[in-house]
Design a protein around this ligand. Structure first.
Ligand SMILES: Cc1cc2nc3c(=O)[nH]c(=O)nc-3n(C[C@H](O)[C@H](O)[C@H](O)COP(=O)(O)OP(=O)(O)OC[C@H]3O[C@@H](n4cnc5c(N)ncnc54)[C@H](O)[C@@H]3O)c2cc1C
Length: 551
């Protein structure tokens, strides 16, 4: 993530280009019904999806396709409390100028991210090489640059230099990453897709062995030297997840080592999810929060509230649905659930509180901030790591002496008020940036109050946009992951975030849940055809899709 969680699945791809992985899910459906099967009396099943981020949009998109392929009639409504589609994938406009969108959340995906990549092709969205206009990449430990590289930046490590400095460690890391990623990619394939339990699949694919240990342990066990681990791998886990290798698990560490093939959609990645919803015959209700869910006669009652745009009055509504997909972390969804509704309530887990600060200025970094001599070249993208002897007591204070996770020069932009060229910067930090920090960084006086900066004010900062996210979970080692089905017909996508937290993995969970729902309906229809009513089947809470579990 210096442009996001970028590296994450990047690695996945790089090494796998050219191999046939059969990602594409349509060939792996576990259902067997002919595409034109008609269930005259089935009635359209009503499905409520809560959240229009990557997971919710992907659920809607694949539901439409899988249901059509299986001849199941569905009626899908997506509820989104924000005024926009995309959730943590969204842009803001530098200087308020729509011609200068910039990613505020998830900014990068990679070639191996089959769902995002294929969807962008299908929707005619233009993917560009992502990221930053990096001229010089530097890894800063709060005292000194432990690694610098001219040209190419983050995505194109200077392998010769890495080998020279770190010996076989880069090669070993690459090999390890390829093995781990190869296992992960099986989740897209028959017989591993679809899955009702991520814990079971992680076990089946021997991914538990990498989620059970820290990145540091995994690297050490694979004879990857501590200096490469600390300088390079940790810079990557910090920019992508705001976490150090001593606390983040091995799978997410490997995901962070993806460094090639990163891309982003021109104008904003959110367009993928917007297009998914627009092409999926779904009713999308923006500015509509789901406040409460209860159950009556086997159906879920969804209570919503929205604001009347004319009168400002709060409008409430309540409607029944057969199936619910909660496509957002439960702990941040402000949902009131009827007592006993869920068989299992997901644990509240700590999320990284990340300050993302975007701003424009015509200034460049001051060498003295980085202990460099006056006039020295300063890297334009700065990732951080910790000095070897610095061990944070608490992972949530892992930023350590550098004080920030990354600083990126994204691109040059034209200030619309002065028509002068300026730089667009992005900083990731665990705390709000102070004007003192910025003054030191640029070696110039930065106003104390940045809330009202203007493009034409003549101040050093000409546009300023701070945002605090609950960006992703602290990825502590673990061996089990949240259930997908919290009650019969009540699905949850966000458990995958403790495994890998990216747009692609949320979209994968959406696709998976879509297949499970269609399988559920097919099974109910089969049972009905055998003389048992679907209502009976629901009420009896029979285990469904056992054949899927057996695959
Ligand atoms: C700063 C930052 C950088 C990142 N960088 C990258 C990157 O480069 N690459 C990458 O792949 N990933 C990145 N990520 C992670 C990525 O954004 C997430 O993993 C992914 O977008 C999660 O998608 P989601 O649909 O699961 O959840 P969300 O995007 O959070 O969507 C959930 C949606 O549900 C809505 N909602 C919640 N409760 C309710 C309710 N009660 N009623 C109605 N609506 C509700 C929310 O408003 C939200 O829109 C980054 C995240 C952040 C914050």
């Amino acid at each position: 993530m210096f442009a996001g969680c970028n590296l994450v699945l990047t690695l996945l791809i790089v090494s796998f280009v050219g191999q046939s992985h059969g990602f594409w899910p349509f060939t792996v459906s576990a259902t067997t019904d002919a595409p034109d099967t008609v269930y005259a009396d089935a009635g359209a099943k009503r499905i409520a999806i809560i959240g229009a981020g990557a997971a919710g949009s992907s659920t809607a998109y694949y539901l439409e396709q899988f249901a059509n392929n299986s001849g199941v009639a569905i009626n899908v409504t997506v509820f989104e409390r924000n005024s926009y589609v995309g959730g943590r994938t969204t842009t803001v406009n530098a200087y308020g100028n729509p011609l200068e969108p910039v990613e505020l959340g998830a900014s990068i995906f990679v070639e191996v991210n089959a769902i995002l990549k294929n969807a962008s092709h299908e929707f005619g969205l233009h993917a560009t090489e992502s990221g930053t206009e990096t001229e010089i990449l530097g890894i800063w430990n709060g005292k000194t640059f432990v690694y610098t590289q001219k040209e190419g930046g983050w995505k194109y490590w200077d392998l010769a230099k890495l080998f020279w400095k770190y010996g076989l460690a880069p090669y070993r890391t690459q090999r390890l990453m390829q093995t781990v990623v190869g296992k992960f990619l099986k989740l897209y394939e028959f017989p591993f897709f679809p899955f009702r339990s991520l814990s079971d699949r992680a076990l089946d694919l021997d991914l538990i062995s990498v989620t059970a240990q820290t990145g540091q342990e995994l690297l050490a066990k694979n004879s990857i030297g501590a200096s490469f681990a600390t300088d390079i791998v940790q810079a990557s886990t910090r920019v992508n997840y705001g976490q150090n290798i001593a606390s983040i698990h091995g799978l997410e560490t490997m995901v962070c080592m993806a460094i090639e093939g990163a891309m982003q959609i021109e104008g904003g990645n959110w367009q993928i999810f917007d297009s998914m919803l627009k092409t999926s015959n779904t009713t999308t209700l923006l500015n509509t929060a789901v406040d409460a869910i209860s159950k009556t006669n086997g159906r879920y009652n969804i209570k919503t509230s929205s604001e009347d745009s004319m009168t400002g009055e709060t409008l409430t509504n309540e409607e029944p649905f057969d199936t619910v997909v909660l496509a957002a972390p439960l702990q941040y969804s402000d949902l009131k659930l009827e007592k006993g509704l869920l068989k299992h309530t997901p644990d509240e887990i700590p999320y990284v509180k990340l300050h993302v600060t975007l701003f424009t200025t015509n200034k460049t970094f001051s060498p003295s901030f980085f202990n460099l001599t006056t006039g020295a070249e300063v890297p334009t993208t700065i990732l951080t790591t910790l000095p070897v002897d610095e061990v944070p007591e608490d992972p949530t204070k892992g930023v350590g002496s550098p004080g920030f996770f990354s600083i990126s020069t994204l691109r040059q932009v034209i200030n619309p008020a002065t028509l002068e060229q300026e730089y667009l910067y992005k900083i990731f930090s665990p705390e709000k940036l102070t004007s003192e920090f910025l003054s030191n960084l640029f070696g110039t006086e930065i106003p104390k109050d940045l809330s009202a900066v203007k493009a034409d004010s003549g101040e050093a900062i000409t546009w300023y946009y701070p945002k605090v996210w609950h960006s992703y979970p602290y990825e502590f080692p673990r061996v089990t992951f949240e259930d997908l089905e919290l009650a019969r017909g009540f699905y949850y996508t966000s458990g995958i975030e403790s495994f890998i937290s990216t747009m692609e993995t949320s979209a994968l969970m959406g696709m998976n849940v879509a297949q499970l729902i269609v399988n559920d309906y097919l099974q109910l229809l089969e049972e009905k055809a055998e003389g048992e009513t679907p209502a009976q089947a629901i009420l009896e809470e029979k285990p469904k899709n056992e054949h899927v579990e057996e695959l």
